[in-house]
Design a protein. Structure first.
Length: 118
């Protein structure tokens, strides 16, 4: 199993920056890709950014050029970051970390709230 714990959400003004973190533990060797998703109340969860173990990345059109996904590996722990800049009110959402692994196994974190408001 894989455990994911997000942190770093909060209130930020429009135009500001924020960095989300996702601590990854457990069967890390089974992971093929990591991603960040977001969901507003009453809406479907949508992909924000993803990165494979091979280094390929994918971004939603709405965040290209503003958000960057990165992965830090330190011994038995991995951390997935989402660097967010030039934030807009429409970026306000709950942000979730997700792993994709062997046998199409998916794991999700519980989410962290980002609010962009003046």
């Amino acid at each position: 199993q894989v455990q994911l714990v997000e942190s770093g959400g909060g209130l930020v003004q429009p135009g500001g920056s924020l960095r989300l973190s996702c601590a990854v533990s457990g069967s890390i060797f089974t992971i093929n890709a990591m991603g960040w998703y977001r969901q507003a109340p009453g809406k479907q969860r949508e992909l924000v950014a993803a990165k494979t173990v091979g280094g390929s990345t994918d971004y939603a059109d709405s965040v290209k050029g503003r958000f960057t996904i990165s992965v830090s590996r330190d011994n038995a722990e991995n951390t997935v970051y989402l660097h967010m800049t030039s934030l807009k009110p429409e970026d306000t959402d709950v942000y979730f970390c997700k792993s994709d692994g062997w046998g199409s196994m998916e794991y999700w974190g519980k989410g962290t709230l980002v609010t962009v408001s003046s």
